[in-house]
Ligand binder design. Sequence first.
Ligand code: ZN
Length: 188
Amino acid sequence: MSTEATLLERCESKCELCSSESALSPYVVSPHTQVTVDHAVMLCSTCKDQIEDPESAEINHWRCLNDSMWSQVPAVQVLAWRQLKRLSATKGWGQDLLDMMYMDEEVQKWAEIGMNDDEEKPRDVNGVELKKGDDVTVIKDLPVKGSSMIIKQGTAVRGIALTDDPKHIQGKVNGQTMFIIAEYCRKK
Ligand SMILES: [Zn+2]
């Protein structure tokens, strides 16, 4: 089943934050950049627009978090937590809900990493920042653009380099330098 089909099944064709059934699409929860079942949330266009442009936020729309903050899906918890955090600056009920919310330690870390709006950095599958010289393992088979080669899952890439694009790192595989999607790596 495709990622999107799996997500649609999980959300029962309803926005995972406000339960609206209109215009759903997957939204990747930062610092992740790829649509995967674990890192994406199905959102309606209203939720998506307001998350992307917090200035336009219609406060009462976010009363929906009262329900969605109890979702079992970590990505939904992270989004709910971040929205409540923003709301809590001006709304008492935002803080009240935040106080009631419970997240596993790892999920909490994910929520906090994405709150820092500083420049984008390449991050591995766990959201750990990747730096020049790090060793990583590729976590899934990756086709190499413009060739029939595949970088196999489990391939170790030593001493990576960074690129201008935070989504990609550069590394040597079988003696050849190539670009690899940062999020499909795990830092060793
Ligand atoms: Zn929604």
